[in-house]
Design a protein around this ligand. Structure first.
Ligand code: FAD
Length: 466
């Protein structure tokens, strides 16, 4: 057991919290979305929460933690879904939310600290020069920019700009290493892949430079269809129209909209599936022309309601907010993350939809993937047992629809089920004692783990919380 009294003493001048209730609160994220992670991680808790306000303070914390051999798990808004920000070996939760300043706004880019909440970042760039981030998670109001980079993948705007791992969608990061004498590294271009979506396992991000796009007063639109596949075909045709500027295209199957989008209910029709959209104001006319031609039933337009007071943004009906809205009303719901590789993605969606009537309910996000329009899915699943969930996953994969498993806390099992050699090599350089966010990178903990054996990885360190 580390000497936390001594550690607190050595961190003098930096905000430290050891009140067990508050530490527990900051040791959680949205892991409970998954009934499996809920069971596995429910007792996980850190020992201290440390909240630096400058890069110098981050360096001091890492130096002290390294000397004491104490794990450090970084945390932004704590909105990750897979226990990413949960300290599986206890230790320090490094709360970066107070490092929240915008440093410089330039044409096409912004430089800021890691903990700024994304909606605040967008607000400042919009006021400054009519610019905004190219895309953001649906948790824009609560997630930090570095948490998104280290834990997220894409979101609202990915229909035009692709994902975080696409070259050019992050410009530069400053990263502090976990060594006896922590170093500050500047990463750009290919090197960014070392830390983007690495769950903070190989460095603490202390400065971010992100590209910007022109900001618009996006119009929220909901278009209804009696058949889910007609909604999907409309979304696909619309996403392929080069001239119509969109920020969000999400087909969502009945009964999700009418049952779970409670604030939009007055505009929705029971039994209809919908496409939830964000359309640039100057694209509304051509957009409506296409919707009319494809017999879409335009149910809601934010530019035509008297007041948006009390009505959530359209993006808060999409991505993992769709799951959240369902979970609020039905705790038996869970979800999957599916890729439907193109160019026959619409056909793949049709096959999957027909295989699981009423059990797997369609929710798609149209995105640009390597320059091509495709769709990813976050379908809702009426959960029965772990075994059935695994079976549903296998059936998807057998049908050419890979699953990014949201019921696992490791990078590999939630991703491509293989070692990321770039991230592993970087960790060897930056975190020789393996103290950063332990348990999240299987390749580090157990280099011989056999992904093809179909077994789940269980981090031995978790036993202390059993
Ligand atoms: P946290 O949850 O605090 O951290 C995420 C990961 O980043 C953790 O591993 C943490 O250790 C690490 N980390 C945090 N800060 C740093 C740092 N400074 N340096 C190094 N590592 C760090 N994700 C998407 O990609 N797109 C979506 O549209 C989306 N929608 C969501 C909707 C809901 C309702 C929920 C609950 C989640 C959603 N997510 C989505 C997942 C999550 O919100 C995003 O990944 C979010 O951007 C995480 O930001 P955060 O600040 O909350 O990060």
């Amino acid at each position: 057991m580390a000497d936390y009294a001594k550690i607190i003493e050595e961190l003098e001048g930096i905000a430290v919290e050891d009140n067990p209730a508050l530490v527990k609160q900051k040791s959680r994220d949205f892991y409970w979305y998954s009934p499996i992670l809920k069971e596995e991680l429910d007792n996980v808790v850190g020992d201290l929460v440390v909240s630096p306000t400058t890069e110098e303070e981050v360096i001091r914390v890492l130096k002290v933690a390294y000397a004491h051999g104490v794990p450090v798990t970084p945390r932004g808004g704590g909105t990750g879904n897979y226990g990413q920000a949960m300290p599986l070996s206890g230790g320090i939760v490094l709360n970066l939310i107070n490092m929240n300043k915008v440093k410089e706004i330039l044409p096409g880019r912004v430089i800021c600290e890691p903990g700024i909440i994304i909606s605040e970042l967008d607000r400042q760039t919009k006021v400054h020069s009519g610019q905004e981030l190219r895309f953001h998670p649906s948790t824009k109001q609560t997630a930090s920019v570095a948490g998104f980079i280290a834990g997220g993948s894409g979101g609202v705007g990915s229909i035009t700009w692709g994902g975080l791992r696409d070259l050019g969608n992050i410009l530069r990061l400053r990263v502090v290493t976990m060594e006896a004498e922590p170093r500050v590294l500047e990463l750009s271009a290919w090197d960014l892949q070392k830390v983007s979506h690495a769950y903070g396992t190989n460095g603490i991000i202390t400065e971010v430079e992100m590209p910007l796009a022109p900001a618009y007063d996006w119009v929220d639109v909901i278009v209804g269809y009696d058949e889910f596949m007609d909604a999907v075909k409309f979304a696909d045709a619309l996403s392929h129209k080069n001239g119509i500027l969109l920020k969000e295209v999400a087909p969502i199957a009945a009964p999700i909209p009418f049952d779970y989008f409670t604030r939009h209910k007055p505009w929705l029709k029971e039994g209809q599936s919908v496409v939830v959209l964000m359309v640039a104001p100057h694209s509304m006319e051509p957009f409506l022309a296409l919707a009319e031609r494809m017999k879409g039933d335009v149910r809601f337009r934010s530019d035509q309601v008297e007041s948006m007071k009390g009505i959530p943004h359209a993006y808060e009906l999409t991505w993992n907010h769709t799951t959240l809205r369902a979970l609020k009303l039905d705790t038996n719901i869970t979800y999957l993350q599916v890729q439907y590789p193109g160019p026959d993605h619409v056909e793949k969606v049709r096959v999957m939809t027909e295989l699981f009537p009423d059990e797997v309910i369609g929710h798609l996000e149209f995105i640009k993937f390597d320059g091509q329009i495709q769709c990813a899915g976050l379908p809702l699943v009426r959960y029965t047992t772990k075994e059935r969930l695994e079976e549903i996953i296998s059936i998807h994969e057998e049908n050419g629809c890979p699953i990014f498993n949201p019921h696992r806390y490791t990078l590999e099992e939630g991703g491509m089920k293989q070692t990321d050699q770039v991230q592993l090599a970087f960790k060897k350089e930056t975190d020789p004692k393996g103290l950063l966010n332990p348990g999240k990178m299987i390749a580090w903990e157990n280099p011989d783990f056999d992904f093809s054996a179909g077994k789940n990885y269980l981090f031995p360190g978790l036993e202390v919380f059993a």
